[in-house]
Design a protein around this ligand. Structure first.
Ligand code: PLP
Length: 375
């Protein structure tokens, strides 16, 4: 099997599975319980929070566990908008955000907020100048992604954060760092960012766990209310197995980050040079800043058919983000590409376990597909 769709999701690391099993079969206490099993769980929860906080460049008391990236993003966007609506009703985001951000903003528009959607350029970047021009006195929230999930570009979050600080200091800055965790070091304080979302299943933890960084400097309105867990920011019994799996994955990724980055960079270079040799007319989409994502169009070969051909050879990639479910890529459209380019786009995304053999298998599949589709 050649799994090259790691931006959609990753395999859970065996060490994470092992720890999760302990929390399901043996140490299954509720961290809010007052007996020794609960106290033990609460103690372990504290240490796992510290590990995740370190991975996010934050303090432990700034981390709220959520059910994933989507919930972290919804909590951030609704929480900030409703907390700040007495100050203003203007929000800035971009046209190529993940649908969790986009649809939360659309919902706020229905509720009377005004949203400016910045357009990325053809390389896949938002211009700081456009951002500065869009900023208004009544801007209360900015939500920009760190690493784009389809083209792997990194946005100028430090610059954006400093513009907010100087021109609209009351606006809250949220970063969707779901595709950034362990791709680049997360430094929310340096970026003047008060809210930042991550997700476990992109880094070898299970699906259904994520975290939201909420800086000590801001207060937002909780999105899920109930028993008051997570300091009232996210009610519901903490999913200890998933939190433990997330923390174990973070520890492993943190330890190997430099080595993993070197390996993935070499793979990306190999893919680029082999593609150039074997399919020189292939067009790369965007100019990625992280090596984990590579987006290419083979014009004349429809993505969905190419995906099937690759799948028959046990090569797994995607046409765009998994949640687009085969619909046209909003990201590539926002970047200004024409339909020919969008319809034939393939996203390849790496994890540290990938090898050159995976890339060779992908390129063999591409060549077979091209022969069939261009006949
Ligand atoms: N944001 C980005 C950039 C993503 O790529 C994803 C997942 O694909 C999400 C948010 C949503 O995360 P989750 O699947 O954990 O809800």
């Amino acid at each position: 099997m050649h799994y090259l769709d790691n931006s959609a999701t990753t395999a859970v690391l065996p060490e994470a599975v092992e720890t999760m099993t302990r929390f399901m079969l043996t140490d299954f206490g509720n961290p809010s319980s007052q007996h020794s099993m609960g106290i033990k769980a609460a103690k372990e929860l504290k240490s796992y929070r510290e590990i995740v906080a370190k991975a996010m460049g934050a303090n432990a008391d700034e981390i709220t566990f959520t059910s994933g990236g989507t919930e972290a993003i919804n909590t951030a966007i609704f929480g900030a908008a409703y907390k700040n609506r007495h100050i203003g009703k203007h929000i800035i985001t971009s046209e190529f955000e993940h649908s969790a951000v986009k649809n939360a903003c659309k919902r706020l528009e229905e509720d009377g907020f005004t949203v400016t959607y910045l357009k990325p350029d053809e390389t896949g970047h938002i211009s700081a100048e456009d951002f500065e021009n869009a900023l208004r006195e009544d801007t209360i929230l900015v939500s920009i992604m760190l690493v784009n999930n389809e083209v792997g570009t990194l946005q100028h979050v430090e610059k954006i954060g400093s513009i907010i600080k100087n021109k609209a200091p009351r606006a809250i800055f949220h970063i969707d760092a779901v595709q950034g965790l362990f791709r680049v070091p997360l430094t929310p304080k340096k970026w003047n960012c008060q809210l930042m979302s991550v997700s476990g299943h992109k880094i070898g933890a299970p699906k259904g766990i994520g975290a939201l960084y909420i800086s000590r400097d801001v207060k937002i309105r909780p999105y899920i209310v109930g028993g008051g867990q997570e300091k009232g920011m996210r009610s519901g019994t903490e999913p200890m197995p998933s939190i433990a799996g997330f923390a174990v994955a973070c520890e492993i990724r943190q330890k190997n980050m430099t080595e993993d980055l070197k390996h993935v960079s070499e793979l990306a270079e190999y893919l680029k040079s082999e593609l150039q040799k074997r399919i020189p007319w292939a067009k790369q989409n965007g100019q990625p800043d992280v090596p984990h994502v590579f987006n290419v169009s083979l014009e004349g070969c429809k993505s969905e058919v190419m995906l099937r051909i690759l799948e028959s050879r046990e090569v797994y990639v995607s046409a765009g983000s998994a949640c687009a479910k085969g619909k046209e890529s909003v990201v590539l459209k926002a970047m200004g590409f024409d339909n020919k380019r969008i319809d034939s786009a393939i996203r390849i995304s790496f994890a540290p376990f990938n090898t050159r053999e995976d890339i060779d298998a992908l390129l063999d599949g591409f060549e077979q597909g091209i022969k069939m589709l261009k006949r």
